[in-house]
Write a protein that binds this ligand. Structure first.
Ligand code: OFO
Length: 177
């Protein structure tokens, strides 16, 4: 007689699992978008920003895997997400920095929505898990805003882009604060 492996019932509602899986897709898309931003920066000689976005891309993948692991832990089935095409050309570094901030804001809004649904479903365990992401988003939005401030404060006159590039990577190496 063959044995089949079945997943036991989970306390996390199917609708919440679906939202978490959608978030996996969002984190993967974010990771891909940041990698594309890194590629563009490197192509412009902006190696500090290239490194900044490459690190950010890795962080987004980590966020994705943390969600993946949680779904496994609660007995659900996580997805391996499909990635939509990402933008490859940008108007300039400031355009990228603004897009990065907008991306982070939409991710924060998404986590707020999922957390709200968890509260409605009385799924306090998942809501507690999501608190880590909300804390992380506070930091990520702050960092994305700081990049734009650095850009605007230094300006692009007199080799400013070179200095902006040097300052932005410091946000990841924690030399700036
Ligand atoms: Fe994972 O979104 Fe930024 O963080």
């Amino acid at each position: 007689m063959s044995t089949s492996v079945i997943r036991l019932k989970t306390s996390v509602q199917e609708s919440i699992l679906e939202l978490l899986n959608e978030q996996i897709g969002m984190e993967a898309q974010s990771s891909a978008a940041y990698l594309s931003m890194a590629a563009w920066c490197y192509s412009q000689g902006l190696n500090g920003c290239g490194a900044y976005f490459k690190i950010q891309s890795g962080e987004e993948r980590d966020h994705m895997l943390k969600l993946f692991d949680y779904i496994v832990d609660v007995g659900g089935l996580p997805v391996s997400p499909a990635i939509a095409r990402v933008e490859k050309t940008f108007e300039g570094l400031r355009d990228i920095l603004v897009k990065a901030l907008e991306q982070e804001i939409s991710i924060t809004q998404s986590f707020n929505r999922i957390t709200e649904q968890c509260h409605k479903a009385k799924d306090y365990q998942t809501a507690k898990f999501l608190q880590w992401y909300l804390d992380e988003q506070l930091e990520e939005e702050q960092q994305a805003r700081r990049c734009i401030e650095i850009y605007d404060l230094i300006g692009t006159e007199d080799g400013g882009l070179y200095r902006i590039d040097k300052e932005i990577i410091k946000l990841k190496t924690h030399e700036e604060k």
